[in-house]
Design a protein around this ligand. Structure first.
Ligand SMILES: NC(=O)c1ccc[n+]([C@@H]2O[C@H](COP(=O)([O-])OP(=O)(O)OC[C@H]3O[C@@H](n4cnc5c(N)ncnc54)[C@H](O)[C@@H]3O)[C@@H](O)[C@H]2O)c1
Length: 301
């Protein structure tokens, strides 16, 4: 899905130059040439270059999206990837920062909440420059399932998923979802809303079962939307996994909450004032993610 992210970034011309880096010899080079051969068809002027593990070629990058690591296979949870992906994400983060010490880093690799926490701790860069991508994708999936239930356009819907980016840790905020300002809870029965929320939570797993590996179109578009708000300083509010220091009742953890995204990274956390049941679900989600974070201590990274 790194390539799909790059494809979206190039089509939107969010960068003058885009470097794809992979550990597999020739892979990023091939992907970049394939993408550059769409430039004359799609009309973009972003220059895309692929490299094999050559971090010097990434020097002075403004925004880095880390998608390196293994995806899950059908039946697997995101959490099962930690043993392999933790050392990959740590290594990639350190290498990137050697050449781009001021980069804003978007973490996509799973288990994303723990990988974001690891990147923050391992790098020591200011917390506003480390952003985990999950909630924006889960919210788009939420809007998709809502649009199906309502027979409406996904573009007329507002809906936010907070908490962890896991099958059991994410929290679709059905109470706050609206269709053009009208609460969807006025339009759908509680049973239907519960089904929408349940489908959203296993949205990724459903696709993994169908495709045989992790999805890439929506994750790629979601990652590019984050990058867009950063590089264009749009100040859009997206749920992202960020370091909490008391906000939403949690600290020493990276978890999904709505944030304003602009040129310095995530600039502000927006308080959605969760009700008691939502806060309880958020706290449970934090417990599960904290448990996963503690696995990092058992790994040799
Ligand atoms: N946060 C999200 O919402 C979200 C969504 C989709 C996928 N993901 C995660 O993103 C990751 C990538 O998924 P994918 O479907 O693109 O997998 P993929 O296997 O298609 O691609 C991963 C790439 O990473 C490369 N890689 C491995 N180790 C590397 C290293 N040390 N340095 C550089 N490159 C390295 C591999 O060669 C491979 O090309 C997975 O962990 C997946 O679970 C997260």
């Amino acid at each position: 899905m790194g390539a799909t992210t790059a494809d979206n970034i190039a089509r939107k011309e969010l960068a003058e130059e885009l470097i794809l880096l992979d550990i597999k010899e020739g892979f990023a080079e091939g992907k970049s040439i394939d993408m550059m051969q769409t430039a004359a068809l799609l009309g973009f002027d972003t220059k895309i270059k692929g490299v094999t593990n050559d971090y010097a070629a990434t020097a002075d990058t403004d925004v880095v999206v880390i998608t390196s690591g293994i995806p899950r296979k059908p039946g697997m949870t995101r959490e099962e990837l930690i043993g392999t992906n933790a050392s990959i994400v740590k290594g990639v983060t350190e290498n990137i920062l050697k050449y781009s010490p001021n980069a804003i880093i978007v973490i996509v690799s799973n288990p994303m909440d723990t990988m974001t926490y690891l990147a923050l701790k391992a790098s020591g860069v200011p917390k506003n420059r480390i952003i985990g991508m999950g909630g924006i994708l889960d919210s788009s999936r939420f809007k998709f399932y809502l649009s199906q239930a309502l027979n409406s356009s996904p573009n007329d819907l507002h809906g936010v998923v907070v908490g962890g980016h896991g099958d059991t840790t994410m929290i679709p905020l059905t109470r706050l979802a609206t269709l053009n300002g009208l609460p969807v809870s006025n339009l759908l029965s509680e049973d239907v809303l519960n089904k929408v929320a349940a489908d959203t939570m296993v949205g990724g797993a459903t696709l993994t079962k169908l495709i045989g590996t992790s999805a890439w179109y929506a994750p790629g578009a979601a990652s590019a939307a984050l990058v867009e708000s950063i590089v264009r300083d749009e100040k859009k509010v997206f749920p992202c996994c960020v370091a909490l220091d008391g906000e939403y009742g949690q600290k020493d953890i990276c978890l999904g909450v709505p944030v304003v995204l602009g040129k310095t990274g995530w600039e502000k956390i927006v308080d959605y004032k969760l009700n008691a049941a939502e806060q309880e679900a958020f706290n449970k989600s934090a417990d599960a993610v904290r448990n996963m974070n503690s696995v990092l201590d058992t790994l040799t990274l």
